[in-house]
Design a protein around this ligand. Structure first.
Ligand code: MN
Length: 318
């Protein structure tokens, strides 16, 4: 059993591990270089290919690899001013140093060990003064990631169809429980749940988390009030954003285990994260619940997830 943090990336005697076109070379996130701890980075990508917390259709262990593959669509060599955002009419992520640390070295049926490593990987990235950008994995991994932020007293923002505060199983560590874990271990100074909808939330748990002070904004409220800044203002402070891909409408993100109609779309998400970044400082985030086994060869969910990671990086760093 290894518990070291070596990411095991190969070094090639031939050339850089990536070519000039999106379909060439070894896929790192958007073609960014492998992370070397001694190099200063603004943000570091880390994959957590773990899905033993799922309560329905598993397969999100394949999420990090699929998101990296899709993200290579955005990998063009030699682009110094990294991406031109035509919607916002500006360059984004210019001059920002971003690197990919690879995946947490998961072992089967070793939850405690795996999650200890997830927290340590997160702490290692934070100790290097970089923002951890996490690719899931199922939503259970958010709790050990957020544990790495314990000293930062973050505001936690949960973008999801579900409130994820199940307290029904003997193991309360499923992908339906991270919000309950974060609350009960007092890991966040505030909880905001956005995009909640549909028939698969427990009314009792939703009422419970609101009683504990969580702010809940349903998908319907978001559809109506997204551009009303007063209705959706965020105070100053450090923010951790957890994006469950089922926040989006299933027509935009079919590759996920628990789809629910009535979801949001990318422009809503973009407005929302930039809204948070207006006053708040995004210090870490995850994108979870992408299940490539459920989306066929189109990979639109993985492409959406990759784009969301870039949007979150831009909101955090630009
Ligand atoms: Mn979730």
């Amino acid at each position: 059993m290894t518990e070291d943090l070596d990411n095991g990336f190969p070094s090639s005697p031939f050339s850089a591990p990536k070519g000039t076109l999106p379909f060439t070379g070894i896929a790192t996130f958007a073609g960014y270089p492998f992370w070397k701890k001694e190099q200063r980075s603004d943000a570091v990508i880390m994959g957590v290919p773990y899905d033993e917390g799922t309560t329905y259709r598993s397969g999100t262990r394949l999420g990090p690899r699929s998101i990296r593959n899709a993200s290579m669509f955005y990998a063009y060599e030699g682009a110094k001013d990294r991406f031109f955002d035509a919607d916002r009419n500006q360059w984004i992520l210019s001059g920002k140093t971003i690197a990919d640390a690879g995946d947490v070295n998961i072992e089967p049926l070793s939850r405690e060990r795996n999650w200890r490593l997830v927290t340590r990987y997160g702490e290692t990235i934070l100790d290097a003064h970089a923002i951890p950008a996490v690719l899931g994995g199922d939503h259970s991994i958010t709790y050990p990631v957020v544990k790495a932020f314990e000293k930062k007293r973050i505001h936690y923002v949960h973008l999801d169809t579900h409130a994820d505060c199940d307290r029904i199983f003997e193991s309360d560590y499923t992908h339906g429980s991270p919000v309950a874990r974060i609350f009960e271990e007092n890991l966040a100074r505030s909880l905001t749940l956005i995009g909640i909808r549909g028939l698969t939330n427990s009314g009792r748990d939703l009422a419970w988390i609101q009683k504990q002070g969580a702010r809940v904004i349903t998908a319907c409220q978001l559809h109506r009030h997204l551009r009303d800044h007063q209705a959706l203002s965020f105070e100053e402070g450090s923010y951790y954003i957890s994006l469950d891909i089922d926040f989006f409408d299933p027509s935009a993100a079919p590759g996920t285990g628990t789809p629910e109609p009535g979801g949001l779309f990318f422009p809503d998400f973009s407005d929302l994260v930039h809204n948070i970044a207006e006053k708040g400082k995004i210090v870490g985030f995850d994108v979870v619940e992408v299940n490539p086994l459920l989306e066929g060869h189109h990979a639109i969910t993985s492409h959406l997830a990759a784009r969301c990671v870039l949007e979150l990086l831009s909101a955090a760093l630009d």
